[in-house]
Design a protein around this ligand. Sequence first.
Ligand SMILES: [Fe+2]
Length: 390
Amino acid sequence: MQNGRVKTYKVSAFGECYETLRQTTTWRVCTTQRGVVSLRVQFYDPTMRTFSIAFLALALLNACVSETESTAENEVVNVYSHRHYDVDRQIFEKFTEETGITVNVVKAGADELIVRLTNEGEKSPADVLITVDAGRLVLAKKKGLFRTSDSEVLRENIPASLRDPDGTWFSQTVRARILAYAPERVDPQELSGYADLADEKWKGRILSRSTANIYNQSLLASIIAHEGEAAAEAWARGVAENLARPPKGNDTDQIIAVASGQGDVAIVNSYYIGKLFASEDRGKAAAAREVSVFFPDAAGRGTHINVSGAGVLKHAPNPENALRLLEFMSSPDIQKLYAEANAEFPVHPNIEPSEILKAWGEWKRDTLSLERIGKYNAKAVEIFDRAGWK
Ligand SMILES: [Fe+2]
C-alpha cells in the first residue's frame, strides 16, 4: 500500500476496516454494521522490526470480531524489490484485496538490496527479495539469504528449469535478450547469432546499454558457459569496437536510437519493445513500429533468456505471507497480467504471451541453466572491463 492511500477490507462478515498509511504510521478504523469498533494507530520502526500500537478508542459494540480475525488484519509482507514496473503495484494491490495482507515495498538495485540484507542479518524486516536477473538470485542463494520453500503450488505453476532445484528462488517471468533492427538498413538474412555482432560488417552500427547492467553481464556469462572465456572475450572486444556510440541509457533508449537512425541493431530485452508498442507516448509507440525483432541463435543453441524471480528470505518475520505472495505471483491470473501489462513471457505453462509477443512467432530458448549464468557473472564483469565495453 502506498503512503496516504486508503484501503478497505473486510475483517469479518460483520465489519470493515479503513486503513491509511502515512510514512511509518498506519491509521486504522474498524467499523461494524452497528458502529465504530476501534480506532488504532500503529507505529512501525523498520530498522528495529518492531511495531507499537496505540488504541485511541475502543468501543466494542459487536462481540463477533474474534481474536483470530483481529490478528489477521495486522498481517503484512515486506518486499525488497529490484523491479521497476507499474504492473507490480497493481499486483500487490490485488494481493492485499484478496488476502488482507498489506504489502510494504522497498525498491532498490539488487546489489544494494543484497548488501542491505547481509548487513541487517537476523534483524531484517524483509520477507521477500525480488530481482530482475537469475545472476542475483543465485548470488543471494550463495550468500545464504533465502530459506527453502516447499510449495506444491509453486511446483505446479513454475517449470523445474525456472526454479532453484533446492527450492530457494522461483522465477516469475521470462525475458529474452533479442535484437531490434532497422528493417530499411538491415536485411534479416544478415543476422544470425550473438557471435555475428562482433563481425566488422557491423562497425559503427551496434547499440547497447552499459555493461554495468546485469542483462549484458548475464548474456556474456551465457557465452562464457557455451564457448569458454577466450571466445567470450574476443566477442566482447569485437562488439565494443562495433558500437555506434558509447553505451548510454536503458534498453528503451537503444530502440529509440535505432528508430532515429543512430545505429542499426540494438541488443535489448524483449519486454522493452512490447512495452513501447503499448506506450501512450506517440513518439515512443512509433519508434517501436519502426524496428523489427530478431531472435539470435535460433538455428543453434537458442536465444539467451533471463528471468525475474523471487525467494522467501531466511530471516523473514512473515514467512507464510511471503510464500503466499510468491504463490499468488505464479497464479494464472497474475501471470496473465505480467504478460499483458508488462510484455513479459509468463512462466506458467498454461498462460500465453501477449498478442504483440505472440506475433513474433515461435522461438527457441537457450536451455542453459540459470545457475550457470549466475556462476559466471563475476567473470563476465572482468571480461567486459578488459574488452573496453563500458
Ligand atoms: Fe528492465
